[in-house]
Design a protein around this ligand. Sequence first.
Ligand code: FCB
Length: 468
Amino acid sequence: MQRSDFSEDFVWGTATAAYQIEGAVQEDGRGPSIWDTFSRKPGAVLGGDTGDIADDHYHRFREDVALMADLGVNAYRFSIAWTRVQPTGSGPANQAGIDFYRRLADTLGEHGITPWATLYHWDLPQTLEDTGGWLRRDTALRFAEYAGIAVDRLGDAVSDWITLNEPWCSAFLGYASGHHAPGRHEGSRSLHAAHHLLLGHGHAMTAIRAARPDANAGITLNLYSVRPASGTAEDVDAARRIDGLSNRLFLDPVLRGQYPQDVLNDAGEADWFAENATAEDLALISAPIDFLGINYYSRHTVAAGSAATDASAYPGSESAVMIDTGAPRTQMGWEIHPHGMLDVLEMAHERAPELPLYITENGSAYEDEVSENGNVDDPDRLDYLRAHIDACRQAIERGLPLAGYFVWSLMDNFEWAWGYHRRFGIVHVDYDTQVRTPKASGMWFSRFLGGRIGRRSREGVDETVEVA
Ligand code: FCB
C-alpha cells in the first residue's frame, strides 16, 4: 500500500478538539464550558484531570502546525471552542477568540495545510447548560447563531466546516450514562437532546449557507459496525437496538429526513417525537450537506442480556450487551476491526449514493513508553493505523466515494473521562515539559505521506520502525 494508491487530491489529515489540546481556559475572554465544570466534579474524570493546560496548544500552535507540516499532512481538523467566540453562548463575538482561530488558520495556510473546523466538539457554554442544555430546543438556535458568527468571521480563511462532532456522545454520554459533561442521567429524555442537537445541525447549515454560500459543510457521526453475537431472535433484536441507537437514529434523519420508528418505540419516545420533531424540523435536519464525516473506531458484537443497573448510554435497550469476542482490543477495550470501516461507509453510501464521505477520526490508545534514547515505539498503533488506511484503500477500490482520512490524534491529549491516562497521539506529549516526540506510528505515517519526518527517519537518523 502506498500513497499513490490514492488520488492526488485525497485529504490526509490529523484531528484534534479544542478542549482536549488548547488549555488557556481563562485567557482572552474565554467563558466556561460544561467540560470546565464537569472535569472539576470529584470522580468525573480519572485522576481529577482537567483541560486547564492540556497540550498548551493555545500558546504552542505554531510549533504544532510546523510539526504537521513535517509529518506531511495536507489537512488539519480542529474544533473551535464556542466559549472563545461567545463566552456565554449568545451575543456578539469575542474578537480575541476569533483572532486565535484566524492566527491558526493563517499559519496552516502558510504551510499548505487546509483547515477543517468543527464547530461543536462537546464544549457547550455552561450558561446554556444552566438554562437546560441540549434538552432545551432553544439551544439549537443558539448554536446556529454561533455557527453563523464563526463562519461569517472566519469563512475567508476556512472553507471546510463540520457542524457537530458525534452527537451520539453528546446526547447519550452527556444526558443518559453521564460519563461525559454535563453528566446527567435523564434516561430516554436524552433522545430529546439528540433531536435538539440534530436540529442545531440543521439550523447551523442554514446559517453557514447564508454566511458563505461556497462553504463545504457537513456533520460528523460516530458509526459502528454492529452484528449479533448469534442467530437467535433475542441476539438479533439486541443488535437491531444497538445499531438503531448508534447509527440509524442519526443517519436516517440526516440522510433520509425521518427518524427510525423502531428506535423511538423501544425508548418509549414515539409520542414526544410525533409532537416535537416536526416536518419542518426534519426538512432542516435533512437539508443537503456537502459531505458526511464518519468517525470509525470499532465493532460492537451484541447479545441479549439482563438489564444493566447503571445508567445506560442505550436508553430503553439496557438489556442489550456488548460481548467480548476475544478479538484483539486497544487499551480502551475497543475491538480492532478494520474491515468494519467498509461497513460504516456502506451504511452511509446506501442512504446517499452521491455524497462524498470522509473518515474524520480513526485511531487507537495504547500504553506508550518513552525509551532511553527518547523514541516511542508503538507497534500496535502503527499496525492499527496501517490496517485502517488499507481499509480506506479497499473502500475506494469497491467504488465507495471516500475522499479523505484524518487520524485521531495528532498528539496525546485530554481523553475526556480518561483524562491524560489514555494516549491516542501519533506524536507523544510529555505533559511536564510539553515536549512533542513523533512516535514510530507518526514516523510511519510521515513516510507513507512522503513527509519530512518520514524522509529523515528513512535516511536512518531515527529509524525505529520497519517500512511496510
Ligand atoms: C471520539 C472523540 C474524540 C476522541 C476519540 C478517541 O469519540 O470524538 O474527541 O476522544 O473518540
